[in-house]
Design a protein around this ligand. Structure first.
Ligand code: SF4
Ligand code: SF4
Length: 373
């Protein structure tokens, strides 16, 4: 029998603060305890991957925390830069010019952060390095060039729900978030949405959001042209009548496994990667939409680790241990029985697929030791 993998350390900073012990100071201590300041060497170009939030989103990472992590990383002697990749859909981050403007408007400027920002896949998302991998779905991953070529990588993630992956954690930020446009397309290629005619009111909102021009409305009912659809899943979220559906079992499994394989592609470009997961403002959807819905569970804290699988498993477990907040997208549970809140958020969507596949690929372990700082 194969011996069980050793548990990975995951450090937790809760959000209690006092004059003697601020959250920011404990976050810095945590970064050092977890060994993140040792992921790179003196003079290394350190890519700090985060999500600047779509214009209109309000739940993206708070700049004070990002700055604290950057200060803690000064001990490494690395030369950090903030980075993200352009989006598949048309929005305020679909090319580098708009993306940088949005980042600055959200407080991620050189003046406030003390480090420059580089959009890693070039002006229109076409710059990538092809990384060989041995996955079940891919034998190469098309990773944004400036992330692939950076000497070291730190991944800062706002943890939230996601309509395809159940949880938007470190694996999603690493796999989907570091991919070029071509890579994102490859991961989304199996998502095939269709319209439930009974629910569709013909409001045309989905047409405005479809980046591929794949949706038309005739006789007050929307139709999706599957030859044009690129599987970005935008329409699923924008339809408030829940008229756009997907084959959850197939779409959800494939996209999650593919994300884990791309995460492996990024991991292959670095010796070690550091991860910081912020479990606060846990909104139902990711930060790619021009709005943020109310957080569905209370804020938990900040996790730090060198293992993307362990940190995501710990994040999910901590979220699932929380009660649902009233008046949010997460319906309150009946009775006191514990339940999987993430699964409940999206019609039984299984968020564990990405974790299990990442574990099979050797990216890390779902066994973790939670250490409170
Ligand atoms: S947004 Fe929904 S209800 Fe409106 S046209 Fe599209 S599918 Fe129909
Ligand atoms: S139909 Fe939906 S999933 Fe397909 S490209 Fe348009 S918005 Fe994206």
């Amino acid at each position: 029998m194969k011996p069980k993998a050793k548990a990975s350390n995951v450090y937790l900073v809760d959000l209690r603060g006092s004059m003697e012990s601020s959250v920011l100071d404990r976050l810095k201590t945590c970064v050092r305890k977890a060994g993140l300041h040792k992921i790179g060497r003196e003079g290394d170009l350190l890519a700090v991957k985060l999500h600047f939030g779509e214009k209109g989103c309000t739940a993206y990472l708070r700049t004070a925390y990002v700055r604290a992590v950057l200060e803690a990383m000064e001990a490494s002697g690395c030369v950090p830069f903030l980075t993200d990749t352009n989006t598949l859909y048309v929005g305020s981050r679909s090319d580098s010019a708009r993306h940088l403007r949005t980042a600055f408007e959200h407080g991620f400027s050189y003046g406030s952060m003390g480090v420059p920002t580089v959009i890693a896949d070039g002006l229109k998302g076409g710059n990538y390095d092809s990384i060989k991998i041995e996955g079940q779905h891919f034998d190469e991953a098309r990773i944004a060039s400036d992330i692939a070529r950076a000497d070291s990588l730190l991944v800062l993630t706002h943890v939230k729900g996601h309509e395809l992956t159940g949880i938007g954690g470190a694996l999603k930020n690493l796999g989907m978030g570091c991919a070029s446009r071509a890579g994102k397309l490859a991961m989304h290629s199996d998502v095939r949405p269709y319209v439930s005619k009974d629910r569709c009111t013909g409001c045309s909102k989905c047409i405005e959001w479809c980046p591929a021009g794949a949706i038309s409305v005739k006789a007050k009912k929307a139709t999706i042209d599957s030859d044009l659809c690129i599987g970005c899943a935008e329409c699923i979220v924008v339809c408030r009548f829940k008229a756009i559906r997907i084959d959850w079992d197939m779409s959800v499994s494939l996209v999650q496994e593919k994300i884990s394989e791309y995460a492996l592609g990024v991991a292959k470009t670095k010796k070690k990667i550091g991860y910081v997961n912020f479990i606060m403002d846990v909104t139902p959807q990711c930060d790619c939409y021009p709005f943020s819905d109310a957080a569905v569970v209370p804020n938990v804290g900040i996790l730090v680790s060198l293992d993307p699988v362990a940190i995501d498993k710990a994040s999910a477990d901590l979220i699932n241990a929380q009660p649902a907040l009233p008046g949010t997208a997460l319906k309150l549970a009946k009775g006191k029985k514990k339940r999987d809140q993430l699964k409940h958020l999206f019609d039984g969507l299984d968020w564990t697929i990405q974790i299990k596949h990442a574990e099979r690929l050797g990216l890390g372990t779902s066994r973790y030791k939670l250490i409170k700082v």
